[in-house]
Design a protein around this ligand. Structure first.
Ligand code: F6R
Length: 241
């Protein structure tokens, strides 16, 4: 595991963008696993800048996102498809037909999970999976549990997540109750992992994830068993290391 500590969110974003840009330069038809949330917004902005400066092309890149709300169509402004379009895909030359986010509208959850796994396999597997980290150690929507979930599956969102997310919707009734997520097994199959974390509020969980026991109670601790992980932190998130 290579851990880099940077001075600020901006430096963290640039350093993480460099990891992705280097891979895309070396392997223009690479398969990227992508994440949403507030952490990667800065690094996506850096990649857009690199594209606008003519330093990078996504024309042959394929992508698979970690997760999506169940029940939301891709044009809903809270869907993760919408997030990806507005933060990255709309601003670079990626072929949108080659970008994948679980289909929140598929009524058959099991079929959707299996189809997503099959699509990843067919693309040749994920070369680099980008991850953010939840305060409780979650990656994707894999929350603390008794086991590590293996493949892409549906999860029931907890009451606290539903309440926290309700600020982004007109009413709490509109907040999705479920989400699709890659499993820990799906994530661990990626050839390389890039974990990006910022802020003092995540210092404790960063310490537990990187130096504590490997346990499904801290889902991201599984990354200790992955052969190629790069962790990019700002100094606040690295405070307890
Ligand atoms: C996003 C995702 C989540 C987030 C995590 C951190 O696709 O899968 O696991 O990475 O919740 O979110 P932020 O970056 O908003 O703190």
């Amino acid at each position: 595991m290579n851990v880099f500590v940077t001075d600020s969110y901006e430096e963290m974003s640039r350093a993480a963008a460099d990891v992705i840009a280097t891979l895309v330069a070396e392997k223009p038809d690479c398969v990227l696993g992508l994440a949403t949330g507030s952490t990667p917004i800065g690094l996506y902005a850096e990649l857009v800048k690199d594209y606008e400066a003519g330093k990078i092309s996504f024309a042959k890149v394929k992508s698979f996102n970690l997760d999506e709300y169940r029940g939301l169509p891709g044009d809903h402004d809270q869907s993760y498809r919408y997030f990806m379009n507005t933060n990255l895909f709309d601003h670079v030359d990626i072929d949108k037909a080659q970008t994948h986010v679980p289909d929140g509208t598929n009524p058959d959850a099991e079929a959707e999970g299996l189809a997503y796994e099959a699509a990843i396999e067919e693309a040749g597997g994920v070369d680099l999976q980008l991850l953010g980290l939840g305060h409780n150690g979650h990656i994707g929507f894999n929350e603390p549990a008794d086991d590590f979930p293996v493949i892409t599956h549906v999860v029931d969102l907890t009451e606290s997540t539903i309440n926290a997310n309700s600020r982004l919707f007109d009413s709490i009734d509109e907040v999705p109750r479920q989400a699709y997520t890659m499993g820990i097994g799906t994530i661990m199959k990626a050839r390389e992992i890039l974990l990006v974390v910022n802020g003092e509020g995540k210092a404790e969980i960063v310490r537990d994830v990187l130096t504590g026991p490997v346990t499904p109670r801290v889902p991201a601790s599984a990354l200790q068993l992955h052969p190629k992980v790069t962790v990019v932190l700002d100094k606040e998130a690295a405070k307890l290391l």
